[in-house]
Design a binder for this molecule. Structure first.
Ligand code: DAH
Length: 339
């Protein structure tokens, strides 16, 4: 056999083989072609087997061409198989196989907890607004009656973005933005993310969520505050919880109060969650300070109002017995899918 004859033969069989593969209409036809062109009894295999008998000057060139022909046929087979839909030909069209269900997600517990809280206040006539996460010193502190050098600034460790520009440490600055834009009456809630420079642990996170409450009108009193917050606590924690207002200090309210609910787990007899006290703190509140009204151009002689602020994580942790705030932010599906 001359080099030309052997190479011609290879060229011929490769061309017819590739053409046939390109035309193959299903997996069975492809398999037949594989046997015909690459199988043990194929022409190509015959040439490969005969290589050892060729004179050395032919061996190299015919051997190389045979291998190229083999590779070309193999990859054409593979490509055609993939374009026919892969697999072994049996499963492709089987309509009796069970469907593949795409995984379906759901709301994050913090979203559903916020919605639950906002729904209670919507039902009480409050509307919802939002403010920016990046605040200036004036809205986050100054206008809330927390002047520079005031010791209350140390109550919250602040992330600074620039001089006098902070990541808001609470949602209270939205009170200021709202009152500056709108004359009273105001009956609104402000949900949002807040930031504090804290070392994360089971009860602290450098990012969390708050919902702020603001009601300003003529003749608003502390009774109104107590009524609304009692309603809120009972809708979120159960009709039978008692509510207790404990005097406390926040610069932007006077008087200020922390609100406790009776422990809904031990019913007041003392447990781990209420630290044996029978009471659980859920939020801060108070009557809007006259200085805050002055900053926004309201006359503290004619309007009064109340404000409150609560942590959404804290409410969710209490409602569901979640022991560690970091669980909300780790995106572990084993946690998230429980709610
Ligand atoms: N801004 C306070 C904080 O982040 C929470 C708060 C307390 C908000 C009392 C209020 C309030 O509106 O009256 O700790």
């Amino acid at each position: 056999m001359s080099t030309e004859t052997a190479l011609d033969q290879l060229k011929q069989l490769t061309e017819t083989g590739l053409a046939a593969i390109a035309e193959a209409s299903d997996a069975a036809a492809l398999e037949a072609l594989r046997v015909q062109y690459l199988g043990r009894k194929s022409e190509l295999n015959g040439i490969l087997r005969g290589l050892k008998d060729l004179p050395p000057e032919l061996k190299g060139v015919v051997g190389k061409e045979s291998n190229l022909a083999k590779k070309a046929l193999e990859s054409a087979l593979k490509e055609r198989q993939e374009s026919l839909g892969g697999g072994d030909g049996a499963s492709e069209t089987d309509p009796t196989l069970p469907g593949v269900r795409p995984p379906v997600g759901h709301e994050h517990l913090l979203t559903s907890t916020s919605e639950l809280i906002l729904d209670v206040f919507r039902g009480l006539g409050f509307s919802i607004a939002r403010g920016p996460d990046v605040e200036d010193d004036y809205h986050n502190f100054e206008a809330l009656n927390i002047p520079k050098d005031h010791p209350a600034r140390d109550m919250q460790d602040t992330f600074f973005a620039a001089e006098d520009i902070v990541l808001r440490t609470h949602t209270s600055p939205v009170q200021i933005r709202t009152m500056k834009k709108t004359p009273p009456p105001i009956r609104m809630v402000f949900p949002g993310r807040v930031y504090r420079r804290e070392t994360p642990d089971a009860t602290h996170s450098s990012e969390f969520h708050q919902i702020e409450l603001l009601y300003v009108d003529h003749g608003v009193t502390m009774r109104d505050l107590k009524g609304v917050l009692t309603q809120f606590a009972q809708q979120v924690f159960g009709d039978d919880v008692d509510v207790r207002f404990r005097p406390s200090y926040f610069p932007f309210v006077e008087p200020g109060a922390e609100v406790d609910i009776s422990c809904f787990l031990c019913k007041g007899s003392g447990c781990r969650v209420c630290k044996q006290s029978g009471w659980i703190e859920i939020l801060g509140s108070g009557m809007v300070h006259p200085n805050v009204f002055r900053h926004v151009g309201y006359d503290p002689e004619t309007v009064t109002g109340y404000a409150a602020g609560m942590g959404v994580e804290r409410i969710a942790m209490l409602r569901h017995g979640i022991p560690d705030i970091r669980l909300f932010f780790e995106n572990d599906l084993r946690f998230l899918f429980q709610f």
